[in-house]
Design a protein around this ligand. Structure first.
Ligand SMILES: [Zn+2]
Length: 110
């Protein structure tokens, strides 16, 4: 993935990549648990670190059309979820610039 520098988070609860334990996000940046990913339940986060963003693509979801980028773990390359670049429905605009992480691909780390 070309980038080896990794950021370490501090906080009461830290979510990491389930394959390599790289820190990804804290409970404090979680916005919602009520999302669905490609593999089941997913969480919406305000801030995520240690991910690489892919190319933007348009995706039709139950909440309308969105421009998203897949996000990959900077260490092991696992696809962890996606980032919302743009939401076309006005009611979904709050998701722009935010990140989805798949619950099944996360683990608690300290
Ligand atoms: Zn990883």
């Amino acid at each position: 993935m070309g980038m080896s520098y990794r950021q370490y988070l501090q906080g009461a609860r830290i979510y990491g990549c389930s394959s390599c334990k790289t820190h990804l996000a804290t409970i404090h940046s979680m916005i919602s648990r009520a999302f669905n990913g490609q593999h089941g339940r997913a969480y919406l986060f305000d801030t995520v670190v240690n991910v690489v963003e892919g190319e933007p693509s348009d995706r039709q979801m139950t909440t309308g059309n969105h421009t998203v980028r897949d996000i990959y773990c900077v260490k092991c390359g696992t696809t962890l979820g996606w980032k919302y670049d743009r939401a076309y429905e006005p009611t979904q605009r709050y998701k722009e610039g935010k990140y989805i992480l798949e619950r099944n691909l996360l683990t608690d780390v300290q």
